[in-house]
Design a protein around this ligand. Structure first.
Ligand SMILES: [Zn+2]
Length: 190
């Protein structure tokens, strides 16, 4: 039986319990990696496989036997990432903390999700893959590996915001509830 506890935090111990075949987008080789995540290379051409490419294929594998189920959405990379970083009201918390002037919450979610997806492939965000990605309820975890970089990305996305108030992005946590909350209310220049 699958339990989330079997997911090791260290990448070196993070080994999949099942054989899942994925295809290298560069050379077309099919292979079953021992583990998924950043640093995975094709067994033939040795090209690195971006985490979002791995995730897209795993989600397709997950969906395949469940595609007739009316109660499920077909997941894709952005759908899953958005679910992870907005969980437990943390998306709203970040939105309120940043308070962009020109983006409503829907646009905000979209922009941040795309930045996080890019961050995974560039290495400043980290996705922990489940022990068994084909389980009914696989547990993916998102880590803010480089919180400074994340904050800079947010500044780039929302240049109209008064960034004198540093946003708080604790590293290593899933999406901390404090994320994005300014330490003081705005308008300190009164
Ligand atoms: Zn290859």
């Amino acid at each position: 039986m699958y339990t989330a506890v079997t997911i090791a935090r260290s990448e070196s111990h993070h080994v999949t319990s099942v054989d899942i075949t994925i295809r290298c987008p560069a050379c077309g080789q099919l292979f079953a990696p021992k583990r998924f995540g950043a640093g995975l290379s094709c067994s033939r051409c040795l090209k690195k496989m971006a985490p979002t490419v791995q995730l897209a294929q795993l989600l397709d594998h997950w969906w395949e036997p469940r595609r007739w189920r009316a109660d499920l959405h077909r997941p894709n990379v952005n759908f899953l990432l958005e679910k992870l970083w907005t969980a437990n009201g943390q998306g709203e918390a970040l939105y309120k903390g940043i308070s962009p002037k020109f983006a409503n919450y829907s646009i905000f979610r979209n922009l941040v999700t795309r930045a996080i997806a890019r961050g995974l492939d560039e290495g400043w965000m980290e996705l922990e893959f489940p022990d068994d990605p084909l389980a009914d309820d696989p547990v993916y975890k998102l880590n803010f590996k480089d919180s400074d970089r994340f904050a800079r990305e947010m500044e780039g996305l929302f240049p109209e915001v008064d960034w004198d108030e540093t946003i708080q992005v604790p590293s290593g946590a899933i999406i901390p509830s404090q994320l994005g909350k300014p330490s003081k209310p705005r308008g300190k220049r009164r």
